[in-house]
Design a protein around this ligand. Structure first.
Ligand code: GLV
Ligand code: MN
Ligand code: MN
Length: 422
């Protein structure tokens, strides 16, 4: 048996990069929008078809598939000691509106190709290796990111999940059952020890690896994400008849608040603090009607949790000041405020040894996007492996990772999985 920990006989995974790139391209065509735009909102037809596509590939690789009550999917390559907790890898295949082809999918199809490359090399894992396809890493439909892993890691309770509704007021519970995931929500959470270790391959979604010409990033920390809903209630009226003095225009208050949010993020003086208002719904949304109600959704992140929280406090203070000044009512609701994640030194060392063995350059780095790894960290040691993406671009149709970059990540991921599963 080939044994990757034996320096005399390091495993040499046989990565078929063309096959993987063809699969990534085929998956990208399963979209709610015309190519090159990828949109796959959880439980919509494209998401369900994409799941079928990936599950078929997993079955062709002789993996055993199970699904939980929210559609988290587990595809297992059985190890020789089935009682040992498995090594897991994976990511997500849902995609925000107007996304590209690589966010999440590189970790799913790449994870599968890493497994197949080890199978081709004749490797036999001692621990099982499990590929996970997480449900709804993106917050598009229910407003909260990493839904599947959040529930697995007990960070979102079944009752809180039951309360989630989309913009059409359809409940998560109804939609997941309609999609065929009918078990008890209580059965999703997994115990510590269910997985021995978890490693996620992902595009960097930032520019550093490409700029520095480095093959892979070994992620030591994942930034702390938070998201806040803001509802501004002003007073509507006729855009011609109601004169400017005394107006309580909810959208003008929102404009002032958006600038205050930007200022709050900049005020820390550290580039790691970021805040974005990505959703602004205006009611009634007629050109000749003063906006009476505005809903904002704000995303606030930092690698430093307390500093991120100080920005949230500053935003709440700004809400109170603007409400007073403009005579509007402002309600805030925290959707989530997650802590930063520290990656596991044992997995980091395994990735480093694998990068050296594969002849790939590497550096340690911080993940600024959020990932399912953050919630897997509640139940298992985790780490992430980044590959470059062109211009650092992500969440856009022109997101791109070259076959060579992906192959570099796979060489390291496959060796890492082999090490951890031996
Ligand atoms: C995940 O896509 C994120 O927004 O970081
Ligand atoms: Mn994303
Ligand atoms: Mn992602």
């Amino acid at each position: 048996m080939t044994h990757p920990m034996d320096p005399e006989s390091p495993i040499a995974p046989k990565v078929e990069i063309d096959t993987l790139c063809n699969e990534l391209a085929a998956l990208a065509l399963i979209s709610e929008h015309e190519p090159p735009v990828v949109t796959r909102v959880v439980f919509n037809q494209a998401d369900l078809r994409a799941r079928e596509y990936v599950k078929n590939l997993c079955e062709e690789a002789w993996l055993t598939i199970t699904e939980d009550a929210i559609g988290n999917t587990f595809a297992r390559w059985h190890g020789s000691e089935p009682d040992l907790a498995p090594i897991a890898t994976g990511s997500h295949i849902d995609a925000i509106p107007n996304a590209g082809s690589y966010d999440g999918t590189v970790g799913v199809l790449g994870g599968l190709e890493a497994i197949r490359s080890l199978q081709r090399a004749g490797f036999h894992p001692r621990r099982s290796i499990e590929l996970i396809i997480f449900t709804a890493e993106e917050p598009t439909r229910f407003g909260i990111g990493c839904l599947g892993s959040r529930m697995m890691g007990h960070v979102l309770s079944p009752d809180a999940a039951r309360a989630l509704r989309d913009k059409q007021d359809q409940s998560l519970d109804h939609l997941r059952k309609e999609a065929g995931f009918t078990g008890l929500l209580e059965s999703i959470e997994l115990p510590v020890g269910r997985f021995h270790q978890f490693v996620e391959l992902h595009i960097e979604q930032g520019p550093l690896l490409e700029q520095e010409g480095i093959d892979v990033g070994l992620v030591t920390h994942i930034a702390a994400p938070a998201s806040m809903r803001v509802l501004i209630e002003g007073e509507g009226g006729h855009a011609g008849g109601k004169l400017m003095p005394g107006r309580k225009d909810a959208l003008v208050a929102a404009a002032e608040l958006i600038l205050a949010i930007e200022a709050a993020a900049k005020s820390t003086g550290d580039v790691s603090t970021v805040a974005t208002v990505g959703v602004c719904d205006v009611f009634p949304g007629a050109v000749n009607s003063i906006p009476s109600r505005v809903k904002l959704e704000t995303d606030i992140r930092d690698i430093d949790g307390p500093r991120r929280d100080s920005v949230i406090t500053a935003i709440k203070v700004a809400c109170a000041e603007i409400a007073l000044k403009r005579g509007v009512v402002i309600h805030t609701e925290m959707v989530n405020a997650d802590p930063p994640t520290t990656c596991d030194p044992v997995i980091l060392d395994a990735m480093e040894a694998s990068a050296i063995e594969a002849g790939r350059t590497y550096r340690r780095m911080v993940a600024r996007a959020y990932h399912d790894s953050s919630f897997m960290a509640c139940i298992a040691p985790v780490a992430m492996l980044f590959i470059p993406c062109r211009g650092g671009v992500s969440h856009r149709p022109d997101e791109f990772a070259s076959p060579e970059w992906i192959a570099g990540g796979l060489e390291v991921l496959a060796r890492t999985l082999a090490r951890l599963a031996s």
